[in-house]
Design a protein around this ligand. Structure first.
Ligand code: FAD
Ligand code: NAD
Length: 466
């Protein structure tokens, strides 16, 4: 039987990063993955393929709606070849997962393909292409998550689908009904409305992206409405039924009326659930809580002291970069170091266009915590760079402590916000004040100037260009 210092179960961004960091720190490391490709949800059916389709559909939208205003004329029709678009997405995925194979070899990590399940606290059974048993002093569970469903919905995976199927459709839906106006619903909803589908978003709460700053929800809602999407807020879905090639969704509105929607596809995107099927966690004394998450303490240690858990399978945001931070954290903890993660400073991004990004506290949270704050907001339309490219929608909002001026939250919607948010994270990691941000130089003309201007606005309302 092979023995390791550390065995990692699951090869998503949590697991493979943990394995690399363990190997870098001199530990003999094994990685177990039940599928034939590494990279987990993120690389195979999550972050990477969804961004590939968002990029392709964005190019199409630019060509059909915006090229003309730039003086670019295309003779004849611009057409979508969905098969080719999906094939390109798959090529991006294959290249990216192949990169993880390379990283495993480079770091001398032994990869086993098969379902990993606990025999006891130090032994794992592997069942798949590779079979057998390995022993490890420390074990990291990084088994991730799967799409959640509502109890009354039967996912046929043909027309009543999850994000996994929505990433490989063979035709452009005529009418896609999306249950859940969260990140997945909006990103994939935008892909398909850009390609020509009619899109209806049915959301249980009174706004899309209900956990983000309300100003961002409002602005993105406008974008979807402008694209003629039906945005049905405060609707409680009651039934989803397949009728031939149609799907009929019934939902109850605020007045108690039942509203019926008929489409040819229904995407169920109501969240994800931690995944521990087949792990036999109980054989190692690893506790799973009532929400299905593996219970961990502040060191990400489970109820079995040599076993840790990270990523989507534990509490907190279900984000790839959060899983990666936790992978590094656990590897360094095992090595005897004293790492730290500030969960308040893990940014959240929605890769629609305009992009939505945020870090730190929302206004709603500050109010609930009775923290006095000031607001500095700056619209992208006032930037030369935004007008030059034609990306004028959106704003940057900085929330700073009323007495100390420390930045407590940054919320933005607009072009390139997914990348711009890194400046806010850096500033907040170094506990910058709004005035600090307003006093360092931002290149002109850039979208980043909106951050400086919002910081100026938060500092005695000193924005220069509004
Ligand atoms: P996962 O990536 O889920 O990996 C877990 C791995 O463990 C899987 O490969 C699984 O097969 C394997 N496994 C499970 N059980 C076993 C077992 N018993 N034995 C062996 N292997 C096992 N996040 C972002 O930050 N940015 C984004 O843009 C983004 N876009 C997304 C888009 C979509 C459509 C979806 C669905 C998710 C997206 N996410 C995004 C979320 C992100 O994918 C997850 O937060 C992230 O993948 C979690 O990483 P993880 O390592 O915890 O688990
Ligand atoms: P989500 O939690 O973002 O959104 C789910 C939405 O469904 C919420 O708005 C919720 O109010 C709504 N909802 C729940 N039950 C409902 C019901 N019965 N009827 C109508 N609406 C209902 O979840 P998701 O969009 O499925 O994404 C899952 C996870 O994947 C998220 O945690 C997210 O962080 C991650 N993800 C991240 C990205 C990104 O970082 N860009 C992209 C995709 C997914």
């Amino acid at each position: 039987m092979k023995s390791y210092d550390v065995a990692v179960i699951g090869s998503g961004p949590g697991g493979y990063v943990a394995a690399i960091r363990c190997a870098q720190l001199g530990m003999k490391t094994a990685l177990i993955e039940k599928y034939s490709t590494l990279g987990g949800t993120c690389l195979n059916v999550g972050c990477i393929p969804s961004k590939a389709l968002l990029s392709s559909s964005h190019h199409y939208e630019e060509a059909t709606k915006h090229f003309e205003e730039h003086g670019i004329e295309i003779p004849g029709d611009v057409k979508v070849n969905l098969e080719k678009m999906i094939a390109r997405k798959q090529a991006v995925v294959d290249q990216t997962t192949g990169g993880i194979d390379f990283l495993m070899k480079k770091n001398n990590i032994d990869v086993f393909e098969g379902l990993g399940s606990f025999i006891d606290t130090t032994h794992i059974k592997i069942d798949g292409k590779d079979t057998g048993e390995i022993e490890a002093k420390k074990i990291i569970i990084a088994t991730g998550s799967k799409p959640s469903n509502l109890p009354f919905i039967e996912l046929d995976k043909e027309r009543i689908i999850t994000s996994t199927e929505a990433l490989k459709l063979k035709e452009i839906p005529k009418h896609m009904i999306i249950i859940g106006g969260g990140v997945i619903g909006l990103e994939l909803g935008q892909v398909y409305y850009r390609l020509g589908a009619e899109v209806t978003v049915i959301e249980y709460m009174d706004r899309i992206l209900p956990t983000m700053d309300a100003g961002l929800s409002k602005e993105l809602n406008k974008v979807f409405k402008k694209a003629k999407c039906k945005m049905m807020m405060s609707h409680k879905v009651q039934s989803v039924e397949r009728k031939g090639d149609d799907v009929v969704v019934k939902a109850e509105n605020k007045k108690g009326e039942v509203v019926e929607f008929t489409g040819d596809y229904c995407l169920v995107s109501v969240g994800r659930r931690p995944y521990t099927d087949g792990l036999n966690a109980e054989f190692a004394g690893v506790k799973i809580n009532e929400r299905g998450q593996i219970e961990v303490n502040e060191y990400l240690q489970t109820s079995a002291s040599n076993i840790y858990a990270i990523g989507d399978v534990v509490r907190g945001a279900m984000l790839a970069h959060k899983a990666e931070e936790e992978g590094v954290f656990v590897a360094e903890t095992i090595a005897g170091q004293k790492p730290h993660i500030d969960y308040n400073l893990i940014p959240g991004v929605v890769y629609t266009w305009p992009e939505v990004a945020a870090v730190g506290k929302t206004e709603e949270e500050l109010k609930a915590e009775s923290i006095e704050y000031k607001v500095g907001q700056f619209p992208f339309r006032a930037l030369g760079r935004a007008r030059a490219s034609g990306d004028i929608d959106g704003f940057v909002k900085i929330l700073a402590d009323k007495s100390t001026d420390e930045v407590l939250g940054v919320h933005m919607i607009g072009a390139r916000c997914a990348d711009l948010i890194a400046e806010a994270v850096t500033a907040m990691e170094f506990r910058a004040s709004a005035e600090d941000i307003s006093r360092y130089s931002h290149a002109h003309p850039t979208f980043a100037e909106a951050i400086k201007e919002a910081a100026l606005a938060a500092t005695d309302n000193r924005a220069l260009h509004v």
